[in-house]
Design a protein around this ligand. Sequence first.
Ligand SMILES: [Ca+2]
Length: 326
Amino acid sequence: MIAIINPNASVSMTEQLARECNALSGLHHELTFHRCAEAPASIEGYGQWSDVVSMTKLGQSLYGFYGYKVDRVFTSKEDIVNSPRQEAYPATDSGTGELNWNRATTTWVGDLKFQDISGPNGKPDGVIDENDRTFLGSPWPTFSFGWNNTLRVRNMELTVFMTGNYGNKVLNYIGRSLSGMDNLWDNQLAEVTDRTILGPINEVEGWYNDIDNVQIVQMGKDNMPRAIAGDPNDNMRISDRYIEDGSYLRFKNISLAYNVPKRVTSRWGIDNLKLSAGVQNLYTITKYSGFDPEIGASQTSQNVYGLDNGRYPAPRIYTVGLNVSF
Ligand SMILES: [Ca+2]
């Protein structure tokens, strides 16, 4: 856990802190600044455009992930009406006095119910808005480690280097767009087949446009909502849906070497002959569902860490070596 514990930290000092954190990740740090003058209330970090993904605030983890928390999937019209007002809650028709439900423009059965965490007065207010965003976890590991071991038996030499992180969160930003189901033309991950699927209560033509006549026939796995072009309820907003455990253990480098005995090499006039073979990034143990949990600092924003924007995964590299000295 890395915390800014002095309110007088300025932006530039925060950036410096980030660099130090990058260099020293894995150790427990508590950093204090005493000489800065200005005190920003908070520093936002962006994913793409103005998409806030992280927040740096006094008493919280540096670049802590920031967004909404998903409660569950809405199961009926009554469920929506009796829950905190989501941003796309339908307006009341001035003529009929009825709510103007529309499956393409308002909150609907199968959309996500976000948690009412706060409000303008710092208390839950029955309305879902920006005040309901909260900290969703730290991108910094509790510890990170590297372990290098060399085992020698006679002329054989086995070197194993393992590295990893424990306790950090990762924002699967690429996974978010690959499971958004908000556009008919984007490729999606196979996991979207586990989404929430609606069906009719009474089989009549146009049933899907009548909110009183829809029901859930498949509940989405892990609160995966319905598919709807345009995503009116903004089910894709930054939320704990996309925050994952970033812990991993990686076999970073394994190499096996054989030193040909001197009694053999001396016949050839060779002083030393070493044959070796190795593989980098052989295997990674992780629960992270994205390509590669080894993410690090963001390329797009200074105030973001652990954001997986589809970074090219570490390649597996095979090497063979021949070392000769005369
Ligand atoms: Ca609220």
